[in-house]
Design a protein around this ligand. Structure first.
Ligand SMILES: [Mg+2]
Length: 109
């Protein structure tokens, strides 16, 4: 079975949003609220990781999926070709230099 592409998942989520009333157009959603919900999923993922719940119900893996699903919902609402955007951004990052000596990050070189 072929795995769906990100854009196909985006389209499926948008249809689900239409069917369930989550909002499928910019006028039907509150962007700030949807962004806050993305953030809440990030917090849930971190909490699951802290509690060593990796692949259980509401575990780290599932919460990472929630993050992506909520982002893809926004991509559907705003008709964003997320595969194109990811490719574009990866090319930018590949050519980018990070100033590790100016970054306070635990794995900074
Ligand atoms: Mg969740």
């Amino acid at each position: 079975m072929n795995q769906p592409t990100l854009n196909q998942i985006r389209d499926n989520i948008l249809q689900l949003a239409r069917d369930k009333g989550f909002g499928a157009t910019p006028n039907e959603i509150n962007v700030a609220e949807k962004m806050a919900l993305v953030h809440s999923e990030v917090t849930e993922a971190y909490t699951a990781y802290r509690h060593k719940n990796i692949d259980g119900k509401d575990g780290f893996n599932e919460e990472l999926a929630d993050i992506i699903l909520r982002v893809l919902h926004l991509c559907g609402v705003f008709d964003i070709d997320i595969e194109k955007e990811i490719s574009k951004k990866m090319k930018i990052n590949e050519g980018r230099d990070w100033k590790w000596d100016q970054i306070n990050e635990s794995n900074a070189k």
